[in-house]
Design a protein around this ligand. Structure first.
Ligand code: NAP
Length: 450
């Protein structure tokens, strides 16, 4: 993948800046129309883009196709939502604030920020790009995408669909290159007016370096799954297997630690193991459930967590097996808080189980994490579920289902080191705009029907 030079980045920023001025003057309905067109073209190009995802990031063929279709739907939804959200402003009158007569009428509207820099991670190079691109464009911003190096070919094909739809030159651009090499130059570029980033701890470093611009940060997670004694264990075990092992665990909202009450732990572990035994392991082209993780260094990192747990006395429910980047699914039982895997994000098909003797112990473990993305609770008692949900320090809590990012119009946010701001279509549109007020000052108070 070609690495853009700093001079090339400067040229892209200049072109994005001048294109944005005209784009902001393009009627909202027309912006929406182009987005709808791009969404249709994206869906038409489902197969070639999905093929790239399979080859670049080893995503199973079916999931790769789903990612592209879901992305097209997101773009269309964003176009419709943008027309509503940006199509109306507020009208305020001054006499609602103490001491004022009705002499001031305030009209507010939402205006674009300028250039939005989007940096998505490798695991959803298409979906997590369009979740930034579509809100930025509908709001009248221009957008510069820095795709993940692994996933960049898929992202370039996706960007091509926007160009085919007829977006004016410079409104949407792509800058390739390794984040470690051009990342600082991009994120500290004076032309950038907003950064929307999804990824790991890099986001924390970017937040410290970026200037006085709005930031949207979606970072890592250690999503806990708390299982109460009255839980439906069939539902819980299938949700844990799907939530923990889909795309080989390389999802921000994967279940990353199971906190199960002692009395039901044996039954739950047995059910999870039965389901894990049915997962297929192999190449993404064969639509296997478990495919190779994205890099050798990721596989080595996962192995480090696994071996640390083993050395400290955890119970392996399956034999640990690895061939190059392919790691077989592994449930690690009797994990204790002194093990790294109790706290760190493996981003692979290995899942720790911690047996707890009280709900409070589970909540305490969840809240002691530096992450706070999502969490989930399995119980038939909705009253208990609400109390636990309120006590969990995470951006979202799922009741009787595994954590999930979608549907894409739901608000999505992390607390603590899991992020800044909130995504979801509506929140992203709002975040990529600024309020502009115009105040009409009247010489004398004016009252309706006065
Ligand atoms: P990552 O290493 O942080 O990379 C994310 C993106 O940042 C990539 O495009 C990367 O480019 C770029 N980058 C790297 N260094 C940079 C720098 N100094 N300046 C600017 N950009 C830089 O994350 P990843 O390994 O791709 O993804 C896994 C992580 O993402 C996990 O922690 C996961 O939990 C998190 N994630 C979070 C969410 C969420 O919504 N909260 C969703 C998905 C994933 P290169 O590829 O060129 O290095």
């Amino acid at each position: 993948m070609q690495a853009c030079t700093q001079e090339e980045v400067n040229k892209v920023m200049e072109s994005a800046k001048s294109a944005q001025k005209l784009w902001a003057k393009t009627p909202l309905w027309k912006r929406a129309e182009l987005l709808h067109k791009a969404a249709a073209i994206l869906k038409d190009h489902k197969n070639p883009i999905a093929d790239c995802l399979v080859k670049e990031i080893a995503k199973a063929a079916k999931d790769a196709a789903t990612e592209v279709v879901r992305s097209g739907d997101l773009v269309s939804y964003c176009a419709e939502e943008g027309v509503r959200v940006l199509g109306e402003g507020k009208f305020l009158v001054s006499d609602s604030f103490p001491g004022n007569e009705r002499t001031k009428y305030c009209l507010t509207s939402k205006i674009p920020l300028g250039i939005v820099l989007a940096i998505p991670p490798f695991n959803y190079p298409v979906n997590l790009s369009v979740s930034k691109i579509a809100p930025a464009l509908i709001a009248g911003n221009s957008l510069v995408l820095k795709p993940p190096t692994q996933g960049a070919v898929s992202a370039l094909h996706m960007i091509h669909c926007f160009h085919l739809a007829g977006f004016p030159k410079g409104v949407i651009s792509c800058v390739t290159g390794k984040g470690s090499e051009i990342g600082d130059f991009l994120t500290m570029h004076p032309g950038v007016n907003c950064i929307s980033f999804t990824g790991g701890d890099t986001g924390i470093a970017i937040s410290k370096k970026a200037g006085m611009i709005p930031l949207q940060m979606e970072l890592g997670g250690k999503d806990a799954c708390i299982i109460l004694e009255d839980a439906d264990l069939d539902l819980a075990s299938s949700s844990i297997v799907k939530g923990g092992f889909s795309y080989s665990g390389q999802r921000c909202t994967a279940v990353k630690v199971v906190l199960v009450m002692n009395s039901i732990a044996d039954s739950l572990v047995k059910k999870i193991n039965e389901k894990l035994g049915k997962l297929t392991v192999g190449p993404p082209e064969n639509d296997c459930d478990i495919t190779p993780v994205v890099t050798e260094s990721s596989a080595n990192f996962i192995e480090g967590l696994v071996m640390d747990a083993k050395n400290k006395g955890a119970t392996f429910c399956q034999e640990y097996k690895r061939e190059d980047n392919l790691i077989w699914p592994l449930l690690i039982d009797n994990v204790k808080p002194d093990m790294r895997i109790a706290w760190e994000e493996p981003f692979g098909p290995v899942l720790p189980v911690i047996r707890i003797s009280s709900v409070e112990e589970g909540i305490h473990h969840c809240n002691a994490s530096n992450f706070g993305l999502q969490g989930c609770i399995f119980t038939k008692d909705i009253n208990k579920a609400i109390l636990i949900s309120d006590a969990m320090e995470t951006g979202t809590v799922q009741i009787n289902s595994a954590p999930a990012r979608g549907p894409d119009h739901f608000p999505f946010q992390g607390l603590k080191d899991s992020g800044i701001g909130s995504q979801g279509v509506t929140n992203s549109i709002n975040m990529m705009t600024k309020i502009k007020s115009t105040v009409i000052n009247l010489p004398t108070p004016s009252y309706t029907m006065g």
